[in-house]
Design a protein around this ligand. Structure first.
Ligand SMILES: [Ca+2]
Length: 417
């Protein structure tokens, strides 16, 4: 007999279920468990949310356990949106607390924001990634702040990482302040409640494979005090805070539901945006230092050559390099943020990885196999979508919806059903 499938199988399953009920659960009834129907993709409802005071170059957001949203703007600072009101907490002039050393330049400024896993337990810690001119040369830093009980102010600034690389001056490759990375996220697995920070290569050919500070082209993993987290496993001689290295410009950090494995998304140069599942101590294989047969202004080969001569993952130089799970084909479109979708409201997309594309102006939904390699992709906000925009931040909110910040200064909510 031909195996029933699709709707026919569903009808059979329903009929079998009905028979069970009608028989009052008799043990005489024997059925073969029906083959589950493949779940459909969710229907998406999109809306643009109003943020009091508007947004200017929003970069990242995070939710507090009680539902308030923290939001960063690159040149302004950290705000909280709570109960329909918005308060500017920390950063440039106009905030409750002005950080005298804060500045924005190029792609840098107030970038990532994260909430401590024990915030609700009472420590009230939040974290930001920002550029600081407190030192010469300038650096990117990760700060820990205490959100006061009034939710309207912060205190207790602690600079837990103060030696993340910052591009000091413009050159032939581009302006100052570019390729800073900037995403910060806490691990979700039991035993992995450490802070991950994505950093960038600053258009510096030596940084990604460099073992020491200033830290650039790395994923750092630290305690809430900024100490190296246990289990980072970098090669001998490497700064112990380094979780992975050999990256170009890490823009997204996400943790796979169930396993907690970290995945990153990062820009390619003129090719090969990558999504990569990380392993402690791993090398992402980006090595843009001067090499023969390429023209590399300022000692940076990042824009020279092509996917073969200047690969995002150079398995010739680094045979053990971590392999990307997905490569955005063609020219680089600027992979930005990423987050896993989680929960039955996402139907077939439950457990898939959402990756925001900036120049590409869309969200990719990646289906991953057990090893984290992409087997399929779907697209949200395609070229004919009125909400099409450069995607800057993706966070699943406490209501299970996907929140999106765009370079068009908008906050969207994408509600699945
Ligand atoms: Ca790579």
């Amino acid at each position: 007999m031909k195996r029933p499938s699709g709707i026919a199988a569903s009808a059979l399953a329903l009929a079998a279920g009905a028979a069970l009920v009608a028989c009052g659960g008799s043990s005489e009834v024997s059925i073969t468990p029906p083959t589950p129907l493949p779940l459909a993709a969710p229907t998406l409802t999109r809306e643009v949310l109003s943020v009091p005071g508007g947004l200017s170059s929003p970069w990242d957001m995070a939710f507090l356990p009680e539902g308030s949203m923290l939001i960063t703007e690159r040149c302004t600072g950290l705000s909280i949106v709570r109960g329909g009101a918005r308060t500017r907490l920390f950063g440039a002039a106009g905030n409750q607390t002005v950080a005298a050393d804060f500045f924005c330049e190029g792609q840098s400024g107030m970038l990532g924001v994260a909430v401590d896993p024990d915030f609700g337990g009472g420590n009230r810690y939040v974290y930001v990634f920002m550029s600081s001119n407190a030192t010469t040369p300038r650096r990117n830093r990760v700060l820990r702040l205490t959100l006061n009980a009034d939710f309207q102010s912060v205190s207790g600034r602690a600079d837990i990482i103060d030696d993340i690389a910052f591009k000091q001056m413009g050159n032939a490759q581009g302006g100052a302040g570019v390729h800073s990375g900037g995403r910060i996220r806490f691990g979700v697995a039991e035993g992995d409640r450490y802070l991950y920070a994505g950093t960038g290569d600053n258009h510096n050919g030596l940084l990604p494979q460099s073992p020491v500070a200033p830290l650039g082209g790395k994923v750092l993993r630290v305690t809430r005090d900024g100490a190296a987290a246990p289990g980072n496993n970098p090669p001998p001689g490497f700064d112990a805070r380094i979780f992975t290295y050999g990256h170009r410009n890490v823009q997204g950090i996400a943790f796979r539901p169930g396993t907690g494995q970290p995945f990153i998304s990062e820009h390619g140069p003129n090719h090969s945006d990558e999504v990569t599942p990380l392993a402690a101590g791993g090398n992402g294989g980006w090595d843009p230092q001067d090499r023969p047969n390429l023209s590399c202004p300022d000692g940076y080969c990042g824009y020279a050559g092509n996917a073969t001569t200047m690969p995002m993952t150079d398995t010739a130089r680094f045979p053990a390099a971590m392999r990307p799970s997905w490569i955005n084909n063609g020219a680089s479109q600027g992979l930005g943020p990423s987050t896993f979708l989680s929960g039955p409201q996402w139907k077939a997309w439950d457990g898939r990885l959402a990756v925001g594309v900036m120049a590409g102006q869309r969200i990719e939904i990646l289906t991953l196999d057990g090893d984290g390699f992409a087997t399929a992709n779907a697209t949200v906000a395609a070229s004919n979508d009125p909400l099409r925009a450069r995607i800057r931040s993706l966070v699943q909110g406490p209501d299970g919806s996907l929140y999106v910040l765009t370079d068009s200064n908008q906050l969207w909510r994408i509600v699945p059903s």
